[in-house]
Design a protein around this ligand. Structure first.
Ligand SMILES: Cc1cc2nc3c(=O)[nH]c(=O)nc-3n(C[C@H](O)[C@H](O)[C@H](O)COP(=O)(O)OP(=O)(O)OC[C@H]3O[C@@H](n4cnc5c(N)ncnc54)[C@H](O)[C@@H]3O)c2cc1C
Length: 284
């Protein structure tokens, strides 16, 4: 099928983009970033926006830089930018370890980091990373700017705190201390498919014990989130099988599992138990 008719706007500046978005948002005007999610759903006529605000030529949205202890990722930065380390510390290594799990190479060449956050698929690897790392998300509109904490940004399956006239202009990820350990794991039936469950584990070691653990789970609930019960199970413990199994068990118990044609709640809990344990093991 072909998409329903639409008008494509191609602003060159952020001010121009926000002005157009304010005008067309009430007529289901949408931002077009990499198009890797929006274009397929338009082709299936599951979305019929009358206007697209194409941000691919907006100056400045390609920013990818460290500022004030944070990695700033502009709305035009594509997944493929993270194939190489974008900064020399653990955050750069973490992002380049995670990116290869997103879709396939051609999709990573077009799809954007911020587009993934705005699309808010529960299984998105970047949504999981943003939540686990407590990213700040910068929403801009003709009305002004506001910063939304990642934990408040995701509001359910493909639902976010963004208003219809707001553009997610950039995501800011805090840099990680040099001694940070991390591990990521996801389960999908075929390489490149969306994950059926995923986990990102991040912590530091102090006197051989885990501190400041962050354990995020994606693909299992309607939005990714940090699982406090799993973090409590490893904080203050030596990294190893006992602590990792306890965290995995706590995460499996804590989630409110999504069910679909492929999975029931029990299976999803089993997947979460497996991906949390494997993410922690990958940190060693
Ligand atoms: C076959 C296939 C497999 C895939 N597998 C995965 C996978 O394993 N993991 C994964 O995470 N993703 C996967 N994707 C999705 C892909 O990563 C997309 O790139 C991503 O979800 C959306 O980014 P985009 O830049 O292409 O956004 P678009 O498709 O352009 O937009 C998606 C939605 O977000 C909105 N939007 C985009 N940018 C902004 C912004 N800056 N501000 C406000 N709203 C915005 C759009 O209006 C639209 O509603 C897959 C896609 C395909 C086709």
């Amino acid at each position: 099928m072909k998409p329903a008719p639409f008008t494509r706007h191609v602003p060159k500046t952020l001010d121009e983009a926000l002005k157009i978005l304010a005008q067309v948002a009430p007529q289901d005007g949408r931002v077009l970033a990499g198009g890797q999610s929006l274009v397929p759903i338009m082709a299936f006529r599951m979305a019929r926006p009358a206007h697209l605000v194409d941000i691919n030529e907006v100056a400045g949205l390609d920013k990818l830089a460290v500022e004030d202890g944070k990695l700033v990722i502009g709305a035009r930065v594509r997944h493929a930018a993270f194939h190489k380390r974008v900064e020399n510390g653990p955050l750069g290594a973490l992002l380049s370890a995670v990116v290869k799990h997103i879709a396939h190479y051609p999709i990573r060449m077009r799809g954007t980091f911020c587009g993934s956050l705005a699309h808010a698929d529960p299984a998105s690897e970047w949504c999981l990373a943003a939540t686990t790392l407590d990213a700040e998300l910068v929403a801009k509109s003709a009305r002004g700017e506001r910063i939304i904490a990642a934990k408040d940004f995701f509001e359910g399956i493909m639902a976010t705190a963004l208003k219809e006239d707001e553009l997610l202009a950039e995501a800011r990820l805090p840099l990680l201390p040099a001694a940070t350990k991390f591990g990521f794991n996801e389960f999908s039936r075929r390489a490149g498919d969306f994950a059926m469950s995923s986990s990102l584990a991040v912590y530091t070691l102090k006197d051989g014990k885990i501190t400041e653990a962050r354990i995020g789970v994606g693909g299992a609930e309607s939005s990714p989130r940090r699982i406090a019960e799993a973090e409590a199970a490893v904080n203050g413990k030596a990294p190893g099988e006992d602590a990792f199994r306890a965290a995995a068990k706590a995460a499996a118990k804590a989630i409110d599992p999504l069910e679909d044609h492929q999975t029931n709640a029990e299976y999803r809990r089993d997947l979460v138990r497996a991906v949390v344990r494997r993410a922690l093991e990958a940190s060693l």
